[in-house]
Design a protein around this ligand. Sequence first.
Ligand code: MN
Length: 153
Amino acid sequence: MEQKHRMPKKRILYVEDNLQNKRLVYKILTAKGFEVLEADDGQTGIDIALHERPDMILMDINIPVVDGMEATSRLKASEVSYIPIVALTANAMRGDRERIMAAGCDEYLQKPISNALLVETVVRFVGTPQQDDLQKPSVQPTPPLIVTPQPPT
Ligand code: MN
């Protein structure tokens, strides 16, 4: 039987302890065609990020074991520091945004999160949901310089 070519999906890790939020974000992102990985606490989030290398991480801040800021700091000091991390948090205290960004988060979304803003933010960081849409580098490589040997003058 001929199998139609299926493009692998980009994977978003969502680190969140609240079941309702998990269900909502899972629904929104899988409906758009992303694959969603989940962790209930910061330590599990770190372990999954290191092992699975998702394309992006959505990080709740108030999570058990290791909080979202600490988990972000550790990931940004690890070999997966290149993975974008977007904080999703209900924290609205003065200075929270600064502390979250200082921990190494690439972006900050305040709960309750609008579906449209969530999708827009994920797409901004990872592009389309399919893994092998070829993302052309914005800077074209310089062609190699060909040096033609000149006869001595
Ligand atoms: Mn939480």
